[in-house]
Design a protein around this ligand. Structure first.
Ligand SMILES: Cc1cc2nc3c(=O)[nH]c(=O)nc-3n(C[C@H](O)[C@H](O)[C@H](O)COP(=O)(O)OP(=O)(O)OC[C@H]3O[C@@H](n4cnc5c(N)ncnc54)[C@H](O)[C@@H]3O)c2cc1C
Length: 467
């Protein structure tokens, strides 16, 4: 029996992985990649799975690091990106780094040699034709403009971003709640009736002035030439640009001190207040409201730790602004990565709102398996959220709270995993674990649970077409 092909648009990290997974399940794949006939602003070659910048896949430690756990899960799922990375590894300590040319050439050769894969070099410049009944769009942060505009027209104004204006995200555990407090401005109830939705950090006049000076002096990253031409937006100005416009701008903007009373010092009026908003349903991650920034990473941690309550803040991700095409996935996609309003289109990779080579390939791995299962008349549930693959897909398709207003591309991190109660509380001498040692023990338990759960998920599926 002949099986209709799945069309995959984009042969980057996600598209290559999706093609490999679907093809290995016995489903024919047509991979449409425009490089060869049209380039992007960042890619240099026409090879599939080209790394556009760093050559690192980050930590390979699957015992206590979330991206290392994701590596291991992808290895167990026969991922082409992770196995080829191992074949082209270069020394990088505990990180997995690769010889970029050897890596991209090898992924290209494997896909070109696969009997179920056909590679076509062409740009898909609009919504694919109706008779492509199973499509994976994996066109990445630099999706070509005609396709991005067609998706934009379909999703509507607010649901496809062209820029990433990222405010830093902080682990709840690292916020000092003896200085910060929970309250919504004017105790205004939110949609669920909650009047204490935000975490507030107060600054005195002296602290505010020192903070503004540090922002203005802090080292910034520059826009790349081609990013300068993409339209910029007043509503998303970096905080340091606001600070440069006048010392009081932030006090009348994201740091306004009105409608809030500090329960730790009810008689003292704060000069300015930084607010944090819950970022995931678990309540483990909080974003700094209005704090998108082009400050360099080192400057961000130094300057944001000047804020009372955030002296020991640990950042799940730091802020940034760069060209990035991504969907408002929590609103638009279902748990199978299908567009709810056009289910023949699946999305994978950075365009779904994950960030990074590994995370993008991971979403390709799932999209390829989901699409193949559907083609074979089976249903494949997403991996459980206790796994790294499951935590990521759950975050982008529902775990994140509100959609567009705060949905920001996300790296994998343990804040996305459900909490775990069972982990060693004492060391080998029976001494109680505290601080970092306790955190490490907890991450170790989360990592072990993830790998055991991914094994069960993989064992539960038979994803190969009948002969
Ligand atoms: C400048 C830059 C630097 C980055 N640096 C890093 C980094 O150092 N480390 C990291 O982990 N992540 C980095 N990222 C983020 C991201 O993880 C990578 O971009 C990653 O490659 C995303 O994988 P992807 O498969 O979603 O997209 P890509 O790997 O970009 O693949 C998308 C593919 O789709 C093709 N395409 C686009 N539009 C069309 C179309 N209409 N028709 C046909 N083909 C099309 C493109 O040519 C491309 O091959 C960076 C991103 C950018 C933009």
């Amino acid at each position: 029996m002949s099986i209709k092909p799945i069309h995959i648009i984009g042969g980057g990290m996600a598209g290559s992985e999706a093609a490999w997974q679907a093809a290995n399940a016995g489903v024919p794949v047509i991979l449409h990649e425009m490089r060869g006939v049209k380039g992007t602003e960042a890619h240099q070659t026409d090879k599939l799975a080209e790394l556009v910048c760093s050559n690192s896949f980050r930590s390979d430690d699957h015992t206590a690091n979330a991206v290392g756990v994701l590596h291991e899960e992808m290895r167990r799922a026969n991922g082409v990106i992770i196995s080829t990375a191992a074949e082209h590894q270069v020394p990088a300590g505990s990180a997995l780094a690769v010889d970029r040319e050897g890596f991209a050439e090898a992924v290209t050769a494997k896909l070109e040699a696969h009997p179920n894969v056909t590679i076509v070099r062409e740009e898909i410049a609009g919504i694919p034709p109706e008779d492509w009944d199973s499509v994976i769009v994996a066109t990445g942060p630099l999706t070509s403009i005609p396709l991005a505009e067609a998706i934009h027209a379909h999703t509507g104004e607010d649901d496809l971003a062209f820029f990433d204006a990222i405010a830093p995200i902080i682990y709840f555990d690292s916020i000092d709640m003896s200085k910060a407090w929970r309250q919504s401005r004017y105790d205004k109830p939110g949609p669920g009736g909650d009047t204490a939705a935000y975490i507030n950090c107060p600054l005195t006049e002296e602290q505010y002035n020192a903070f503004i000076d540090a922002l203005i002096a802090g080292e910034k990253t520059e826009f790349r030439d081609w990013e300068k031409d993409t339209p910029y937006f007043e509503g998303c100005l970096p905080i340091e640009v606001m600070a440069e416009r006048g010392r009081e701008t932030l006090r009348f903007g994201p740091m306004k001190p009105v409608g809030l009373t500090n329960p730790h010092q009810p008689d003292v009026k704060a000069h300015a207040i930084v607010q944090l908003r819950q970022d995931n349903a678990l309540g483990t991650l909080w974003n700094m409201v209005g704090f998108q920034t082009k400050l360099k990473y080192g400057a961000q941690t130094d300057i944001f730790r000047m804020i009372p309550g955030l002296e020991k803040a640990e950042f799940a991700r730091l802020g940034g602004i760069h060209r990035n095409t991504f969907l408002n996935s929590p609103k638009l996609l279902d748990a199978q990565l299908r567009m709810k309003s056009m289910p023949r289109l699946r999305f994978a990779g950075q365009v779904t709102g994950v960030e990074g080579y590994v995370e993008s390939a991971a979403m390709g791995l799932l999209a390829g398996r989901f699409a193949a299962a559907e083609r074979l008349g089976r249903t494949l549930d997403a991996p459980p959220p206790t796994t790294a693959l499951g935590a990521l897909v759950t975050h982008i398709t529902g775990g994140h709270l509100e959609g567009k207003q705060t949905f920001q591309p996300m790296n994998v991190n343990f804040g996305l995993f459900p909490d775990i109660a069972e982990f060693p509380k004492t060391d080998e001498n029976g001494k109680r674990l505290r601080g970092k040692a306790k955190g490490r023990a907890k991450k170790g338990a989360q990592a072990a649970r993830a790998l055991s759960d991914i094994d069960a998920w993989l064992a539960g599926q038979s994803l190969v077409a009948a002969e």
